[in-house]
Design a protein around this ligand. Structure first.
Ligand code: ISL
Ligand code: CA
Length: 561
């Protein structure tokens, strides 16, 4: 293929360090733990690791609130531990991608500690400060500079007595937004990125990068049922592309990196600019259309709706087809912010969990783009059967569920069901390594509840068992490595309206693949198209050959021509 890039052929494995592997018995995953498990990731065939944040942080939002970008969180270890991990990863042929969280910092970052001191502090303009609404007293209800809501519930503004102004936070109150319009802020961020790249890291996943340029004048937005406007209205602000190009010229273009921008609220047409094939901004972005098909108007994510397949296909199809020839896709079902895919899109009941996890893997890994695997997805790990809200640590789901109950948008008795379905903590329960106490994650008390099903679902069992989800993922990954058709082929969706079948064709030159996935627990009639009649099965989650007129429960197969 012309203009091939290594990151187009890569498979990325995401680690949520707090929950991956504890090495010293304090119940918290750490860098030494990751180093110990690197061979496991290499064994799966992934070649890039994205680490969720490992920097110094007071952990109001588990590391996404950073107080020092050039220091390691003491609970995770030391800079020496980091260097050792990086060297070991490189030895195994694994690249390391850091999480770059620069829409905001922690309120304990030195810049913010200075900034809040006085209006003429040199760091004042590192953040976004505004006066109360004219004629109103700071702190009074309705005196906020505008009606923007925080993604974690409530207003996006906090009033500070000291200087009589509000600061903006699109996330928690302890995550003040940086002012990217200040060139000094950009200098600081770019030199910090350069420092990490010089250290040898291989790229960045950029947290909510679509939100860094705020709309001119910070205007009110349309209020939702919560009374606040969505943070989506700050996506792709007036200087966004200018700042990303500047970052590219001043930093990224000097290294051979992989970059992915997390872009909530960005439509497909706009994404073509972010991930332009000319390489002037980012390599790819994470879109959210397929992560929000079940959201309810006015309620958003923390409601009781479940997904419908046609909407899910429509969302994914739009990005597969829409970016072709313009930009590169990233592919994911799971990450640290989402419920577990097998529980959400498949079926986690004992009889069909493995089958449906393999089906989901097939569906995603045969698409065009760079696939991401979130820790435990390769084992078919499931949502957690939470017993009470007291067990939940996740600030986003706790705040939103409480807010929605208070506003009468959801019923209190539905709260625990909503947590079981939607809380980010479903992804964050510790990695299930084996069937020993605490799933082999820690010898101490785990920081978050371990899913009780670890006795049956764990890596020790799956690595050694041929028909496991793990070994199936391993096959999917190695197939991609050996096929330009899987990496670069055009995507064409079949049967967009089917409520059960997700089927598509990939084409490259005169090579073709047919991918058929049954998202339902019943037998479904489906005739293999004539053009594939003489094709052979490349992979599938049932042992025998597919029946050419019927797809079995949660069956997935791929036929190549
Ligand atoms: O999926 C979402 C909408 O409900 C959100 O979780 C959205 O992805 C998110 O809030 C943006 O995520 C990123 O930035 C946050 C951090 O809490 C997340 O963990 C991170 O991935 C603030 O830094
Ligand atoms: Ca530890």
């Amino acid at each position: 293929m012309e203009n091939e890039k290594w990151w187009q052929k890569s498979v990325v494995y995401q680690i949520y360090p707090r929950s991956f592997q504890d090495s010293n018995g304090d119940g918290i995953g750490d860098l030494k733990g990751i180093t110990k498990r690197l061979p496991y990731i290499a064994g799966l065939g992934a070649d890039v690791i994205w680490l969720s944040p490992i920097y110094a942080s007071p952990n109001d939002d588990n590391g996404y609130d950073i107080s020092d970008y050039q220091a390691i969180m003491p609970e995770f270890g030391t800079m020496e531990d980091f260097d050792e991990m990086l060297a070991k990863a490189h030895e195994l042929g694994l690249k390391i991608v850091m999480d770059l969280v620069v829409n905001h910092t922690s309120d304990e970052h030195n810049w913010f500690k200075e900034s809040r001191k006085s209006k003429d502090n040199p760091y004042r303009d590192y953040y976004i400060w505004r006066d109360p609404k004219p004629g109103m007293k700071g702190g009074e209800p309705g005196a906020e500079p505008n009606n923007w809501g925080s993604c974690f519930g409530g207003s996006a503004w906090v009033y500070e007595e000291t200087t009589g102004q509000y600061f903006l936070h699109l996330f928690s109150k302890r995550q003040p937004d940086l002012n990217w319009d200040n060139p000094k802020v950009r200098d600081e961020v770019f030199s910090m990125m350069t420092w990490w790249l010089d250290k040898g890291v291989d790229g960045f996943r950029m947290d909510v990068i679509s939100l860094i340029s705020k709309p001119e004048g910070l205007p009110d937005g349309e209020a939702l049922a919560t009374g606040y406007a969505s943070f989506d209205l700050t996506a792709t602000g007036p200087h966004l592309h200018e700042y990303l190009r500047e970052m590219n010229t001043r930093v990224l273009s000097k290294y051979d990196t992989i970059t992915v921008g997390e872009c909530p609220g960005v439509p497909m047409e706009e994404a073509r600019n972010y991930a332009n094939l000319d390489g002037s901004e980012l390599n790819m972005i994470f879109q959210f259309d397929h992560m929000s098909t079940e959201y309810e108007d006015g309620v958003g994510r923390y409601g009781i709706n479940r997904i419908k397949l046609p909407a899910l296909k429509k969302a994914l199809n739009k990005w597969e087809v829409g970016l072709e020839g313009y930009a590169w896709n990233s592919l994911y079902w799971d990450n640290h912010d989402q419920p577990r895919a097998v529980s959400r899109f498949g079926n986690d009941s004992e009889e069909v969990r493995e089958l449906s996890a393999k089906m989901l893997g097939t569906c995603l890994h045969m698409m065009e783009g760079t696939p991401y695997v979130f820790q435990g997805e390769e084992l078919g790990m499931t949502n957690c059967p939470w017993d009470s809200l007291d067990e939940i640590n996740d600030i986003e789901s706790l705040n939103n569920v409480r807010q929605n109950i208070a506003k009468g948008i959801i019923r209190e008795e539905d709260a625990i069901t909503i947590m079981r379905n939607q809380s980010r903590d479903n992804a964050r329960t510790p990695m299930q390594w084996d069937a020993t106490d605490n799933a082999g994650f820690t010898t101490g008390k785990p920081w978050l509840r371990i899913n009780p099903n670890y006795v049956n679902i764990n890596a020790a069992d799956e690595v050694g068992r041929d028909d496991s989800v793990y070994n199936y993922y391993k096959k999917l990954i190695s197939l991609r490595k050996s096929s330009d058709l899987i990496v670069y082929g055009d995507f064409r969706l079949l049967l967009p309206d089917s409520e059960e079948i997700f089927a598509y064709v990939r084409t490259l030159g005169d090579e073709k693949l047919l991918v058929v996935c049954n998202f339902s627990d019943g037998n479904v009639k489906f005739d293999v198209p004539e053009e594939f009649e003489t094709g052979k099965k490349l992979i599938g989650n049932y042992d025998d050959d597919p029946d050419r007129g019927n797809v079995r429960p949660y069956e997935a197969y791929v036929i190549s021509m």
